[in-house]
Design a protein around this ligand. Structure first.
Ligand SMILES: NC(=O)c1ccc[n+]([C@@H]2O[C@H](COP(=O)([O-])OP(=O)(O)OC[C@H]3O[C@@H](n4cnc5c(N)ncnc54)[C@H](OP(=O)(O)O)[C@@H]3O)[C@@H](O)[C@H]2O)c1
Length: 258
């Protein structure tokens, strides 16, 4: 018996979908039958590669240059996805940037830069998508971090932004109920460009790996699998939750490891 893919016929909107975790999410949603519109900030070549990979899976893709830190651009992004792909059933706020290191001398502009892309960007994306949601409802997933659950003074602005995203997921879960579910995913260490300095250096790579009970770094596909679950009807009664995807790393991670 042939079973339909989990997300057959749905339209998804993913921010920051050209590389890393975002690309894995775009491809996993497409592999489960969704057409996917995604944003990127500047790397048009990576965006084209992602588009081509989606089309190879037999789904439609739309790549839009759109800065997550600019709320007006989110409105135009959601409108284009609705016009070119159809009503939206899945939103994934993935675009994110790391903040400055340390906590003692963070400038106001550093705070703004981190909060505007990660936290305000996630809010703006959901607000922009709302008028274009499918009448049958849908799901929103915010990509936060275990940094938002635990103390992380070495990356304070990032940690605070990701904590804010967990609160945002809970607040929006009530605001958008009953038709739209809103959840957060909190990944641990994942091998992407964002963490390249750590996973490409022997010492930090092995120190981090040694702290992960599953015995390896996370891969973008590990996060994407959680997003597919939350977007699918398998998670039909799950809203306002945070799903940690870190191989067990936060079970014993302390601030002194940061
Ligand atoms: N890697 C980890 O260990 C880890 C752990 C926990 C959480 N996360 C979170 O997971 C998400 C993805 O991280 P990643 O590691 O995949 O990062 P990444 O490899 O640096 O990729 C970031 C992606 O987001 C896009 N992007 C960045 N800033 C943007 C903006 N202002 N507007 C639109 N798109 C933007 C990038 O597009 P361009 O290339 O065009 O700039 C790229 O597609 C982030 O929210 C991050 O905080 C990552």
């Amino acid at each position: 018996m042939n079973e339909l893919p989990l997300l057959s016929g749905r339209v998804a909107l993913v921010s920051g979908g050209s590389r890393g975790i975002g690309r894995a999410i775009v491809l996993a949603l497409a592999a489960e039958g969704a057409d996917v519109g995604f944003s990127y900030r500047q790397d048009a070549r990576a965006a084209r590669e992602t588009t081509t990979a989606v089309e190879r899976l037999g789904r439609r893709a739309l790549a839009v240059a759109s800065d997550a830190a600019q709320p007006d651009e989110a409105d135009a992004l959601a409108q284009r996805v609705r016009t070119e792909l159809g009503r939206i059933g899945i939103v994934v706020a993935n675009a994110g940037v790391a903040g400055p290191s340390g906590w003692e001398a963070i400038s106001a502009s550093d705070w703004r830069a981190t909060l505007e892309t990660n936290l305000v960007g996630a809010y703006s994306l959901v607000r922009a998508a709302r008028p274009h949601f499918s009448p049958s409802g849908g799901s929103v997933t915010l990509i936060a971090s275990i940094s938002g659950l635990l103390a992380h003074p070495a990356e304070l602005t990032y940690s605070v932004a990701k904590s804010g995203m967990l609160g945002l997921a809970r607040g929006l879960a009530l605001a958008l109920a009953p038709s739209v579910r809103v959840n957060a995913v909190a990944p641990g260490w994942v091998r992407t460009d964002m963490t390249a300095e750590l996973h490409e250096a022997n010492g930090p790579r092995e120190r981090i790996r040694g702290g992960i009970p599953r015995g390896r770094w996370g891969e973008p596909d590990d996060v994407a699998a959680a997003v597919v679950f939350l977007a699918s009807d398998m998670a039909r009664f799950v809203t306002g939750e945070t799903l940690v995807v870190d191989g067990g790393g936060s079970l014993r991670w302390t601030a002194s490891d940061a």
